[in-house]
Write a protein of this length. Structure first.
Ligand code: G1P
Length: 294
């Protein structure tokens, strides 16, 4: 292990998908902008990146999703209207997204898979290590800094894994692992994208946070389409591992805030709403309503 490797300072958020699980609303609204009450999912993700020191954020987008980029821009008409009405607190909340991070947008140019989307950020990221944050899930704030530290120590790939019931592995990338001296860190000895239950090397799934060395980009370029006929990030990472790049993973034991499909989105929305103290009556209603369900 070397302690001279540079630390990741840039984040890439792939956010170019059609979000078919949320059609028809995603015909007009990117799923990354679905609200958690009054704040879009994407803001949670950009805040998570910035809190980990990643203030250079590239959004990989697609036609029809420009609202994601607009969201982080100033809106003079709205600012002026709020100022004129003396709504200073609301004005501060409206302006907050402008200064969380430096946002760059890159078009993916076709739905060719997660690996392809990440590869589109190559010219912006360059040779340095960088983080990938998937645009529809977010995590507790200690995960990403831990991963960035570990990547700076190893110089390799750092993943985050979550233990799930075995039947769920079919929807995710899955890792084969060996233990290390650190009980929260494993060494990854193999990766497979969306295996059948019987072929899965473990019940540890890849969740949507990765810290990768810049050497992943030429490998992505050489990666043929895999599962779903898409260029898979999992396949590119496994090739780099096969060529000798160390791959480690933090085993995450916190809450996964998933918003990628309707039930998970509703759970995230209700849980975070229930924790707010500015939605009077919501929890009392929720308790009463729950009691009416069988
Ligand atoms: C992607 C990755 C998969 C990972 C998952 C996490 O799958 O390809 O390896 O486990 O995100 O959410 P997708 O959800 O795009 O099908």
């Amino acid at each position: 292990m070397s302690d001279t490797a540079p630390r990741a300072t840039k984040a890439v958020i792939p956010a170019a998908g059609f979000a078919t699980r949320f059609l028809p609303v995603t015909k007009a609204i990117p799923k990354e902008l679905l609200p958690i009450v009054d704040k879009p999912v994407l803001q949670y993700i950009v805040e998570e990146a910035a809190a980990a020191g990643l203030e250079d954020v590239t959004l990989v987008t697609a036609p029809g999703k420009d609202a994601m980029v607009d969201y982080f821009d100033a809106r003079a008409d709205l600012d002026n209207a709020l100022k004129a009405k003396g709504k200073d607190e609301m004005l501060a909340r409206v302006k907050a997204p402008e200064s969380i991070a430096e946002i760059t947008a890159i078009r993916q140019g076709g739905a060719k898979g997660l690996g392809h989307a990440v590869g589109r950020a190559a010219s912006h990221v360059g040779d340095e290590p960088f983080a990938v944050l998937l645009g529809d899930e977010f995590y507790e704030p200690d995960l990403l800094p831990r991963m960035i530290d570990l990547q700076a120590e190893t110089g390799g790939i750092v993943l985050a894994l979550l233990e799930v019931p075995r039947e769920e592995v079919v929807r995710y990338g899955v890792a084969a692992v060996e233990t290390t001296d650190d009980e929260d860190v494993v060494r990854v000895t193999g990766l497979v994208e969306k295996p059948a239950v019987d072929d899965a090397p473990s019940n540890l799934i890849l969740i949507g946070r990765y810290v990768l060395p810049g050497t992943i980009f030429p490998v992505i370029d050489q990666t043929p389409p895999g599962r779903g006929d898409e260029i898979q990030l999992t396949d590119a990472m496994d090739t780099l591992r096969d060529k000798g790049t160390p791959v480690h993973a933090v085993v995450y034991r916190g809450r996964r805030y998933d918003t990628g499909e309707p039930v998970a989105y509703l759970q995230t929305l209700v849980e975070l709403a229930s924790r707010r103290d500015d939605l009077p009556g919501f929890n009392a209603w929720l308790r009463e309503f729950s009691a009416t369900l069988d």
